[in-house]
Design a binder for this molecule. Structure first.
Ligand code: AMP
Length: 537
């Protein structure tokens, strides 16, 4: 006999049920509305991407990438799949003896001789890197050394996926032929990860779809689940939700940063998030930050013996993260460390000063926090965080900043970028803990029908009320009057519409407001009109 087992949601994940889910939907809907008034459009991204995308953009040394990603491997090695495919496709064209690897020191994936012609074949997934072009040069050199002048040879690259026009151009310029494989069920060997955040995916999509050619700045927002293998606690989950926005383009004007922050605060005000605090900082650029980081490292080494093991380790791996420390015994030491604001280059200092002027112009209240460095590698210049009330130690509801080099780092054109992510779980928690929980429209009308003859009328009226956008509950089976009204109460309906045989005969129905038991008799037209006007208030 099989054992009866109860399944439960995995630790760190949870179900969001009604009526909470209505609050979630309202929050996300409000975010969409606000973002759209600032000219943002929604991007819907995959929830998983290549692990390398996150490693490269977030940084291999960060906690997120080194410890917290949910990853798995898929597929078979591309080279062996392609080799099998190519040989089976071209088998008739050469004998076994024609196949050989002649370049023993710099072995290409396959070398085939047909009569006089030698074909040197490389198997690729879809791109060429600098390495590949170096390799082409090497092959040509070795070929020239091994074969008499005039021996016909060709270089062939077999791609598993259609390469970009750029790659085709590069191949043509280097006199390389291209063949694209069509392997049924092809799946490359790759490591895939559930996304721990969405900025990397947005940057990947920006490059993939050539969005740099779009007019003006590209403004995108997203909403959805993110995944990090963190230790679950209040406000910290393994599947959590973010709503975020990004601005990508050619400009890094501080007005862009300020408008993004203004938009955030407009949203927070609109959803009634109480006691939010905006902290801003500038962490410099690739000119001034490395110098500051080195200085910080030197100063930290001097006090290393007074720091805990985590901070000690970070002195070498990522000294900026020491500034994040919450350990009470480290606070006095950190306060005495050199501050980035004293070490910004002129351009960064000016950018930060302009940002602060812009925030004042827009009436956005902020506090400077020199220790706000953020955990992710890709940030430059502006960083910010918003905290909210009612969240205990996990009180950050939003984090973000500028990431001017990210798109280029991922192989795209030079691009500026800024964005933020709001932790929806924490935002909702904070709203629920506060005094401004919105009253969302729930069930409007419960139809208490009695007598089989009244049922067709009840069905028809339910449809009409629903067409007006009202939430209606129509009991599927006949119930005693008292029980029916009791259920209407428990379901939290605002009204009960009573339809008995007398009502059907006379064409007037009794509408009972459940909060005060007030009753009104209305014909169908008046009923629809009355309830519709109620819905709008
Ligand atoms: P980050 O992507 O780390 O900058 O986080 C942005 C925001 O997402 C934070 O301010 C939190 O509100 C939220 N967040 C990050 N990690 C978690 C998590 N494990 N559980 C719930 N919310 C999170």
């Amino acid at each position: 006999m099989s054992e009866k087992r109860q399944f439960r949601a995995i630790k760190g994940t949870r179900d969001i049920l009604p009526p909470d889910s209505a609050l979630w939907n309202w929050f996300e809907r409000t975010a969409r509305e606000v973002f759209e008034t600032y000219g943002f459009g929604e991007i819907r991204l995959p929830t998983f991407e290549e692990t390398d995308l996150f490693a490269k953009s977030i940084g291999a040394e960060t906690d997120i990438v080194s410890k917290e990603m949910f990853t798995w491997e898929e597929g078979a090695p591309v080279t062996s799949q392609l080799q099998k495919w190519w040989i089976s496709k071209h088998l008739g064209e050469f004998s076994k003896a024609d196949r050989e690897a002649v370049f023993s020191d710099q072995r290409p994936d396959l070398v085939v001789r047909r009569g006089q012609t030698t074909t040197v074949i490389e198997f690729k997934r879809r791109t060429l890197s600098q390495d590949s072009t170096d390799q082409i040069r090497r092959y040509r050199k070795i070929f020239a050394e091994h074969f008499p002048v005039g021996t016909p040879a060709r270089l062939l690259f077999v791609f598993a996926e259609e390469p970009s026009p750029f790659v085709r151009q590069l191949a043509e310029a280097n006199d390389v032929e291209i063949e694209v494989a069509d392997i049924p069920g092809y799946e490359p060997r790759q490591s895939i990860a559930l996304r721990p955040e969405a900025t990397a995916g947005v940057a990947r999509a920006y490059i993939e779809h050539g969005m740099h050619t779009l007019p003006g700045n590209v403004k995108l927002y997203y909403a959805g689940p993110m995944f990090r293998r963190e230790r679950p606690q209040k406000g910290r989950y393994r599947q959590f939700y973010q709503v975020g926005a990004e601005v990508l383009g050619q400009s890094d004007a501080p007005a862009i940063d300020a408008e993004v922050l203004e938009m955030l605060l407009v949203l927070f005000r609109r959803v009634g998030l109480a006691n939010t605090k905006l902290y801003v900082n500038s962490i410099g650029c690739k000119e001034c930050r490395p110098k500051y980081v080195e200085l910080l490292r030197e100063e930290l080494r001097k006090v290393s013996d007074k720091l805990g093991p985590d901070s000690q380790r970070r002195i070498e791996t990522n000294p900026l993260r020491v500034l994040d420390s919450k350990l009470p015994e480290e606070q006095a030491i950190i306060e005495a460390l050199p501050r980035i604001s004293d070490h910004l280059c002129d351009a960064c200092r000016e950018h930060f000063a302009k940002l602060k002027d812009e925030l004042k112009l827009r009436g956005v209240a902020y506090e400077e926090n020199w220790r706000l460095v953020r955990g992710l590698d890709y940030y430059t210049r502006t960083t910010f965080e918003v905290t909210a009330a009612g969240l205990g130690s996990q009180n950050a509801v939003c984090g973000g900043g500028r990431y001017d080099g990210l798109v280029e780092l991922l192989g795209g054109p030079p691009t500026k970028g800024i964005g933020f992510a709001i932790g929806t779980d924490r935002a909702i928690l904070s709203i629920q803990e506060g005094a401004n929980v919105p009253k969302l429209p729930g069930l409007a009308v419960y139809i208490a029908w009695m007598g089989a003859k009244t049922y067709p009328t009840a069905v028809a009226i339910a449809r009409k009320l629903r067409d007006c956008g009202l939430g209606v509950e129509l009991p599927p089976e006949e119930m005693k009057f008292k029980k029916s009204l009791g259920l209407a109460d428990k379901l939290g309906a605002r009204y009960a519409l009573i339809i008995g045989e007398d009502e059907v005969a006379s064409g007037t129905y009794t509408l009972k407001r459940l909060a005060n038991a007030e009753q009104t008799k209305l014909n169908e037209n008046d009923l629809l009109e009355y309830l519709e006007s109620e819905r709008r208030t």
